[in-house]
Design a protein around this ligand. Structure first.
Ligand SMILES: Cc1cc2nc3c(=O)[nH]c(=O)nc-3n(C[C@H](O)[C@H](O)[C@H](O)COP(=O)(O)OP(=O)(O)OC[C@H]3O[C@@H](n4cnc5c(N)ncnc54)[C@H](O)[C@@H]3O)c2cc1C
Length: 456
């Protein structure tokens, strides 16, 4: 019989392999209904893994991969909306393989455990005189999870996070440890920088960082036509530039970041989560009158003061997202992005009065990674959101053809309806990726049903 310590260890390992609280862990059973469900952040993906593993060492991970039953999927913090993670067989979390392992001061590189959350990196990197070059708008994702889907921030001169990988190590389907970089196993490196968790389990990553820097962030609500008129120029002018458009309001939130040597400071911050609840209420009360809705929204948004915050980079990119939603995001050629946005906005405002979440628009510099949606093109990214309790499909289905018409490539971690042949047409190295994947995992141990269909 297991003693208390073993019981606790099992509980911790199971909780680490879950995005649910530790107390939700239940007994494993052969019947799916008796197994602890795994759900992603928004709740749109669900599975019932028979085994949830959280190895404490790479050797343990190798052993677990060798012995695992059925489909093996790695999970980060479950923040992807697309069905990359779900498996009813073996789910592996690297939460216990986290933290900065070593660093190289001259090259400004650091080797980091794959299960480290982005939000756990700021302080330890700063202590080593380093900082991430850019960050997304939340910091709850794990490093490996972010890299697997080409997670990005905003900045016309800045690439997605995967472009900062100098080297990585993964455990293959055979339980072997393989390292890769530009010089060593270059084909694998090309594939693994955005690998969808389809090549193996990444255990650590060496990132190219920069020296610590301070950012001044300015956020203000402005008429959307003013934001659009200067968007391309502002994208080139500011280190980071993005904006949100609030449907039915005529108003947008513009967000800029610049390098700063000013003293640390912050004006009152508008709580975005309270904001979402207000928007929902305005929708509920006023969607019958677009004119009144627009007036009320304008009134509310005009009353929000411009916010400024000067802080260390890693404290000034992200916000908490406590109001859950589902999301579709497409990456389009930069020159077409604003025209596509105009069409998306028209379709949304003409047909979906129930929507109250903003559209988000960001800029990302192109790269050379095989499965990066930014492959060889500077990009405008357009994201569409729906409150998590509402059916996202009618809106996303209506908007997706516009984004596709402009050659958009979907974010790997966000909802879309593309199939293998669609991706093959969008990615010149699709077949190369498939070849590397087949060599590493000929029987498809890391493929769940979604990936199996994509790579069939
Ligand atoms: C509120 C919210 C805000 C977001 N903001 C942004 C944003 O600003 N920019 C942006 O680009 N995206 C954003 N995303 C999307 C998110 O960054 C990606 O979906 C990211 O992949 C999630 O990371 P994760 O750690 O949760 O990984 P998961 O969603 O758990 O997994 C994602 C993929 O990584 C693989 N994986 C995880 N760990 C490993 C490993 N050790 N080895 C191999 N593969 C692994 C999984 O198998 C899966 O294929 C946001 C998502 C949410 C919910």
């Amino acid at each position: 019989m297991a003693n208390r310590r073993e019981f606790l260890q099992t509980l911790i390992a199971a909780a680490a392999a879950s995005s649910l609280p530790a107390l939700a862990v239940s007994a494993t059973g052969s019947n799916a209904s008796r197994r602890l469900p795994w759900k992603n952040w928004s709740g749109c993906q669900l599975s019932h893994p028979t085994d949830r593993l959280a190895p404490a060492t790479v050797a343990e991970l190798q052993e677990q991969v060798r012995n695992a039953r059925g489909t093996i999927r790695a999970v980060g913090s479950g923040h992807s909306f697309s069905p990359l993670v779900p498996t009813d067989d073996t789910l592996i979390s690297l939460n216990r393989l986290s933290g900065v392992i070593s660093h190289d001061d001259v090259r400004q590189q650091a080797t980091i455990g794959a299960g480290t959350r982005l939000g756990q990196l700021g302080e330890p990197l700063e202590a080593r005189n380093q900082a991430l070059i850019n960050m997304p708008d939340i910091d709850q994702q794990t490093l490996a999870g972010s890299l697997a889907t080409a997670t990005h921030g905003t900045g016309a001169g800045l690439q997605c996070l995967s472009a900062s990988i100098a080297a990585l190590t993964l455990v293959t389907a055979a339980g072997e440890q393989v390292e890769c970089s530009q010089e060593h196993n270059p084909e694998l490196f090309q594939a693994a920088r955005v690998g969808l968790g389809a090549l193996g389990i990444v255990t650590n990553v060496t990132l190219q960082n920069t020296r610590p820097y301070r950012l001044k962030r300015v956020s203000e609500w402005l008429p959307i036509e003013d934001i659009l008129a200067t968007a391309q120029d502002n994208a080139d002018r500011y280190r980071n530039f993005e904006f949100f458009y609030l449907p039915f309001s005529g108003m947008g939130l513009q967000d800029t970041h610049e390098l700063s040597a000013e003293p640390l400071s912050s004006t009152d911050q508008f709580d975005q989560n309270d904001g979402a609840r207000d928007l929902q209420q305005v929708r509920d009360l006023l969607s019958w009158s677009p004119t009144l809705r627009r007036m009320v929204l304008k009134g509310i948004l005009n009353s929000i003061e411009r916010e400024t915050k000067v802080a260390a980079s890693w404290q000034n990119y992200t916000s908490a997202r406590n109001v859950r939603f589902n999301e579709m995001e497409y990456h389009l050629p930069r020159e077409d992005g604003l025209q596509a946005l105009k069409e998306v906005r028209e379709r949304l405002e003409n047909h979906f009065p129930e929507v109250f979440f903003p559209l988000e628009v960001r800029f990302v510099k192109g790269d050379d990674i095989w499965l990066s949606p930014f492959y060889r093109r500077d990009t405008i990214s357009i994201a569409v959101h729906r409150y998590f309790e509402e059916d996202y499909r009618p809106l996303f289905n209506a908007v997706e053809p516009i984004l596709r018409q402009y050659g958009g490539r979907p974010h790997w971690g966000k909802l879309n309806t593309l199939t293998g042949p669609d991706f093959a047409a969008l990615y010149p190295h699709w077949e190369d990726f498939k070849t590397v994947r087949r060599q590493l995992d000929p029987t498809g141990r890391f493929l769940n049903s979604y990936l199996r269909e994509l790579f069939a």
